[in-house]
Design a protein around this ligand. Structure first.
Ligand SMILES: CC(C)(COP(=O)(O)OP(=O)(O)OC[C@H]1O[C@@H](n2cnc3c(N)ncnc32)[C@H](O)[C@@H]1OP(=O)(O)O)[C@@H](O)C(=O)NCCC(=O)NCCS
Length: 169
């Protein structure tokens, strides 16, 4: 595994629990670009998918979050659902650092690929995953996944699948 990026040391990284659900919900809401799911879903996620998810705190405030899970059909694949970094902390390597922290966990020992879906207009997110591939010295393949007409109602963009890997030890 490639080394972590340099980053401020006053961040505290840890696995979430249900006690983080409310703060994570608020962080996702504040991004303004992510689909905000029910408060229940974040409590549930933080409690049940803790091993493959991460929260970052700074001065007691939740400033970063990733919800991830090991793909049920592909045990070598970590699927990243949502990534959020507080606006004040963006562009300083925190999103990348959280991805590396997840990949370095024992639970992710068998992970060879990282997958995530990204909308075509979300350049920071595209750069986050392409940057991860570059730092891991591996590939980033982009393909179709969910098209806008598969979503109910109007206004949801396509979601492209970014597949990063293979990830070396
Ligand atoms: C996407 C997001 C998580 C990135 O977090 P971050 O901590 O700023 O990311 P990093 O600092 O680790 O940067 C990762 C890469 O993206 C690039 N990047 C970061 N912000 C960018 C921006 N606004 N525009 C273009 N590129 C950007 C960085 O330069 C870096 O590229 P590099 O690896 O080639 O150097 C953050 O912008 C965010 O929370 N956005 C709102 C929510 C969202 O869109 N989430 C992703 C979809 S699930």
């Amino acid at each position: 595994m490639a080394s972590d990026t340099a980053i401020k040391s006053d961040f505290h990284f840890r696995k979430p629990s249900k006690d983080d659900g409310a703060a994570v919900w608020a962080l996702i809401e504040q991004t303004g670009v992510l689909d905000l799911n029910s408060s229940y879903s974040y409590l549930m996620w933080c409690e049940i998918f803790s091993e493959t998810s991460i929260v970052t705190e700074r001065d007691g405030e939740t400033v970063g979050f990733i919800s991830g899970f090991i793909h049920p059909d592909k045990p070598n694949t970590l699927f990243i659902w949502q990534v959020a970094v507080n606006e004040s902390e963006r562009g300083n390597g925190l999103g990348t650092k959280m991805l590396f922290q997840l990949l370095n966990r024992d639970r992710c020992e068998a992970i060879e690929y990282v997958e995530a879906t990204v909308s075509p207009s979300n350049k920071p997110s595209q750069n986050l995953f392409q940057g991860l591939a570059k730092k891991l010295d591996t590939d980033c393949d982009v393909g179709d996944y969910f098209s806008s007409d598969e979503f109910p109602g109007e206004g949801h963009e396509d979601e492209l699948l970014f597949k990063i890997g293979p990830v070396q030890d």
